[in-house]
Write a protein that binds this ligand. Sequence first.
Ligand code: FRU
Length: 628
Amino acid sequence: MIKTGLLITLCVTALLATALASQNRPDILIADFEGDTYGKWVVTGEAFSSGPAKGALAGQMPVSAFQGNGLANSFFRGDGTTGTLTSPEFKIERKCINFLVGGGAHRDLTCVNLIVNGKVERSTTGRESEALSWATWRVEEFKGDMAHIEIVDRATGGWGHICADQIVQSDEPKAIIVDTTTLYGETYRPQFHFTSQRGWLNDPNGLVQYDGEYHLFFQHNPKGVQWGNMTWGHAVSRDMLRWEQLPNALDPDERGTMFSGSAVVDWDNTAGFQTGKEKTLIALYTAAGGTNPESKGQPFTQCLAYSNDKGRTWTKYAGNPVLPHVAGENRDPKVVWHAETKRWIMALYLDKEDFALYSSPDLKRWEQIQRLTMPGCSECPDFFVIRPFDLEVWVFTAANGKYLTGQFNGKQFTPSGGVQQVEYGAHSYAVQTYSDLPKSDTRHIQVAWMNGPTFPEMPFNQQMSIPCELGLYVTLNKEVKLYKRPVKEIERLHGREKTAKDVAIQADKPYSWKAELAHILIEFDVQNATAVGLRVRGGEIRYNVASKTLTALGRTAPVALAEDGKTLRLEILVDRASLEVFAQNGVAALTSSYFPHPNETTVEVFSEGAAKIKSLKAYDMKPAWPAK
Ligand code: FRU
């Protein structure tokens, strides 16, 4: 994907070696942090503890992409601690020093330094990511000199820590050339997950289908790659995979910046905005008072905007706000039509763990009908009905995807049990389902913001999850639960297919192939194994048979084997910056942002003890973006 040409400026982190490996001398290890102590390294302060970490420390997000079992990690007792690690002196004998680095991006404060003759000659920070990535220093000019390495944590605020591992002298650089400029061809541009062309993205907003077009609005900072200046970005698609980004839909104004909300088709013109033959699209959004200079001193309110041209242009309603301030930073209205009472129902986040339901005949006048509290939940509610067989089950979800199921009569939602969970991954947030799918489509399709680490060096930041179908199933204990699995539309991006049946795997006999973008459907017979799983581009997915748990990139979900007591089914999507895992047809999902090394394209199926791949279908995924 990396293109060269006169117009393309490549941000060269380091040059990829073209020299034949055989011409290179073997690497010299400086440190791999595999022992229980730092050995001859000198430790100061508290941040690095007394020896290498085995991964994430207490309170830290999952740490990934280090090598072996240990690394230097200065998150001991959190970001507030400081300290340094200094290597013994060594002679520079190779062209490069390669190392893995992660953690904070504070220049001079969270960094790995090369010191030659008492002077810091090279310094590299983390990139606000707990996924370590390769850095390379070219050091030919210092050949024969004595040097040492210092790993520094002098920062105490957010991202006030540094991680490092596998420091080696090599003749070959390991860091990669990062393309930051080829639109949709950038090194870490997800190839079948939605990202904004430029700038920051968070929550999916206004998910609505009309006239064959799926709209995806999104929390967007058009001015930078960090959160801020909240604006509704906009994209449309005919399959929820191949998106065309349109001009922004809602810009900040004197009521505030544009926080999250939803959109519906006003089929019966209840709000009275329809002018021509096209039905009106209506968006309900939060004006976040006080978040820009023009809205200083204003509270958070709920407002309406409408479009009579299939979402291409939007008019903010002159009577805004349609719902004045209620509590705290109340926000994120999600609207659904309740046919039986001919009322619109709005789910709204109020404050702390509190939400409310409102009812309206016309989307403009709202009356509160209920308050509810969801322990452990806040923000971005969603409320919708699923009709499996002849049942009718209402589902109330919060931003983290946790949910209640129950009954709703137009006035009162009565949950039938406690808060449940289907998603266990590190990066799934602000979930929202589509409104107004075509009549023939009875699915419920949910999109999440993958609230992951900063995209390294990219001109855009953050991505959406794959759209997922939600449905209900009943457990043996008669509990009603949600399943979640990728929409079938992803098959449209299938490329080369690889299949296998009844393949025995053992500890010393993994089964592997190469893939960068993949959709994998695998069924294991766990036989006598204690664990089975896959290593996908370096990221581990492991099923522990004894504990009946599935762990992907350090996050764990309870997953029982199928009724036969031996079958595990996994569906896996891997893109340039994500790994999504769905177990047993979607009874548990693990959604994560993930930055595999671009050259690391091995997929390996493993088992500990004898097991069998009952069936495997693995597809290369074609990029969803137009080739540039
Ligand atoms: C959730 C959230 C919403 C808010 C929006 C602001 O991620 O905090 O509650 O509307 O993001 O960008």
